[in-house]
Design a protein around this ligand. Sequence first.
Ligand SMILES: Cc1cc2nc3c(=O)[nH]c(=O)nc-3n(C[C@H](O)[C@H](O)[C@H](O)COP(=O)(O)OP(=O)(O)OC[C@H]3O[C@@H](n4cnc5c(N)ncnc54)[C@H](O)[C@@H]3O)c2cc1C
Length: 417
Amino acid sequence: MTEQTITDTAVGIVGAGPAGLMLSHLLALAGIDSVAIDIRTRQEIEQSHRAGILERDSVDMLVNSGVSRVLRDGHEHKGIDLRFAGESHRIDFQGLVGASTWLYPQTDVFVDLADARQRDGGDVRFGVTGTEVLDLTEPRPRIRFTDADGRRHELRCRYIVGADGSRSHCRFVVPESHRRWYFREYPFAWFGILAEAPPSAPELVYARSDRGFALISQRTETLQRMYFQCDVTENIDDWSDDRIWHELQARVAGADGFSLREGPIIEKSVLPFRSFVHEPMRYGNMLLAGDAAHTVPPTGAKGLNLALADVRILAELLGRAIGENDPRALEQYSSRALSRVWKAQQFSYWMTTMLHRLPEATDFDDRRQIGELEALVGSDAGSRYLAEAYTGWPDSERSEGTPRRGSPDRPLVLGSR
Ligand SMILES: Cc1cc2nc3c(=O)[nH]c(=O)nc-3n(C[C@H](O)[C@H](O)[C@H](O)COP(=O)(O)OP(=O)(O)OC[C@H]3O[C@@H](n4cnc5c(N)ncnc54)[C@H](O)[C@@H]3O)c2cc1C
């Protein structure tokens, strides 16, 4: 039998994406040791462009834990534009709920957290293979893997956290009799591009048109991220730069003359849409976090934020379970995390169905959709709901009579809130 190195750790974390890395960072601050493993190399993760919008609580979490580059390099967005029938309507987050979101790419969140773990001597192993999780209902669950140099390892843990993304290995290990899966597939996808061009708007523009949805978002002064609704079977090779710009321009066109600033397209991809929830988010001594437990369509910009919200709760409860020897604390995890997950599922579903055109949409559906958008932008209550959901809800535990946003007993990091 091949020799393997055995390591004892309090928390073994499968997946070093934003959920896994943030958890190991928060646990280290609480004096709890962990080992995180990832099947991808650090370079591979740094090069995979994904989410870009952080809720204000996600920014607070980074900054309060000593990871503050977002305040220097991120861009505060105090609202978004909803664009339909050829006109833009601003949803003013600051005016409605006194909060902002921050444009800060997921790759930067990853780099900041990976650097922080390295600086603090954290144990993160990239480029592993053959991950196995074992003995999940035993007091010492185990993780086995082969490291990047081909050596076999076994981690003996008090708890395992499955933070291994939407194709989670950990999730599949939970017996069918102990979990329920909720699933919805959408009959469209997003065609995403990264373009070398100046920004076309200072904040995100969510555009509904009879040709389908388009999202105009930004990355830097010279790099822009844009998406348009497409068929799930769309082939990127059928789309030249000219054809893409023509389609995007047509979806945002209007009497006000708004148009996009064009440039070379350096990345194209088709992103399928899914809503998925795995319940409960715990099996024995394994806890699931982030995309491993739930995915949302990207319309509400919730995926990354939900992943960070899960591990904020998990770090607190693991702190009590391990640091204060109170394992029952973890019984709250699934219900606390799921309360936010289902609110985010509803918000993402609502934004998606309000702004996208279904393949079988009739004239009635088109007019009703415009009616819904007009009702929303014309209503203070409707706009406030969107602003509140988009900028993020407080943790459900904190929401019951405990400090709320902007209250004097909840210290705020950002002056803008
Ligand atoms: C193309 C794309 C675009 C997106 N755009 C947006 C957006 O605009 N807005 C938004 O909010 N969200 C978006 N998302 C979703 C967002 O990126 C995710 O919600 C977020 O990455 C979740 O973080 P996570 O840590 O849970 O999972 P991940 O970031 O997926 O990290 C999981 C990690 O686990 C590792 N792993 C997987 N299997 C194993 C294994 N067996 N052993 C060890 N490690 C393993 C993976 O390599 C990965 O690094 C997008 C996702 C994709 C794919």
